[in-house]
Design a protein around this ligand. Structure first.
Ligand code: GLU
Length: 310
């Protein structure tokens, strides 16, 4: 049995269950009413082996865990030209900071809201419905199953996302966003509202870890060069202003989200996903981070943790 299939996820979940602290996000009603005690973890090897904890089928909205995949679809659909429109430098600031790259007016990176509003506007599609459709089809290919949008969450995030509207207007005024601000927010809000579960999100991570090929369905979802670019930017920017701390302790490229989800990609090895709604001050799941620390140590997954031979 592979290291993924034989990993004891039930014990991992029990080890982090007692970890206290953190607050559930309250930006929209559906997130505010999330079960703070939910914890689920799933692992998917790049060979297609799956391990999932008891609640790995409980649905939640992707929120910012969608950002690596929006970046991937934008890179694939523009043949890499998306990199001219969005930076790739970490900001050291919160996910929704009203700030663009100085001198260019581009969003700083695709893992913060400004960047994801932009990448969502770059995917194929002539209008909002066309881009929505492309994104849902692309995310479903990453997950290896047909995903759906939670319409109530999409509507609330579109209506209540004042900072996202502000960011979209700012990018419009700089000429970096070429669709209307409202269209940009509408498409991004629907992408954040796509429902997954830990198992599906781990398959999505494993597709990035597998160089863009879904290890469960065998489908090539994005080119290998795109997957490499996306995982590189997850490593430097994926946990917002907590990215440095995350890389030091976990050492695995990842993306956090306000739903309390985390998606991780270890190239050539596995994808992983965790969900636990209480968040720390940087918007990272408290128990998810603890689980990732343990997983990384148990399986020796830290990118810089291998013993030196010299
Ligand atoms: N939908 C959320 C927003 O745009 C996503 C933020 C996050 O998950 O960090 O505010």
């Amino acid at each position: 049995m592979s290291a993924v299939a034989s990993y004891d996820l039930a014990t991992l979940v029990e080890r982090v269950r007692g970890q206290s602290g953190g607050e559930v996000d309250r930006s929209v009603p559906a997130l505010a009413s999330a079960d703070p005690d939910l914890i689920a973890v799933a692992l998917v090897g790049t060979d297609g082996e799956i391990a999932a904890s008891e609640d790995a089928g409980v649905p939640f909205s992707l929120q910012s865990a969608v950002k690596p995949f929006l970046f991937a679809l934008a890179l694939a659909d523009t043949d890499g030209a998306a990199l001219d429109r969005v930076g790739i430098e970490p900001t050291g600031e919160a996910f929704d900071a009203i700030k663009l790259e100085s001198g260019t007016g581009r969003p700083p990176n695709p893992m913060v809201n400004a960047g994801a509003l932009l990448t969502a506007s770059l995917v194929d599609g002539h209008d909002v419905a066309g881009r929505d459709e492309r994104i849902l089809r692309g995310l479903s290919a990453f997950a290896g199953r047909s995903l759906e949008v939670d319409e109530e969450i999409a509507r609330d995030e579109h209506l209540l996302g004042d900072r996202n509207h502000a960011l979209a207007h700012l990018m419009r005024s700089e000429g970096t966003l070429r669709v209307t601000a409202d269209d940009a927010v509408a498409v991004y809000a629907r992408a954040c509202a796509v429902l997954v579960d830990a198992r599906a999100l781990a398959v999505m991570g494993a597709t990035l870890a597998g160089g863009g090929r879904n290890p469960v369905t065998g489908e090539r979802v994005v080119p290998a060069a795109v997957a490499r670019d996306v995982v590189s930017v997850m490593a430097t920017c994926g946990v917002y202003d907590g990215s440095g701390r995350w890389m030091r302790s976990v050492g695995i490229p990842a993306k956090s989200s306000v739903s309390g989800a985390l998606v991780l990609a270890v190239p050539g090895v596995l994808g992983a996903a965790m969900i636990s709604p209480p968040l720390d001050a940087r918007g990272t799941s408290v128990r998810g981070h603890a689980a990732a620390d343990i997983l990384s140590a148990d399986l020796g997954l830290h990118a810089f943790g291998r013993p030196s031979s010299v």
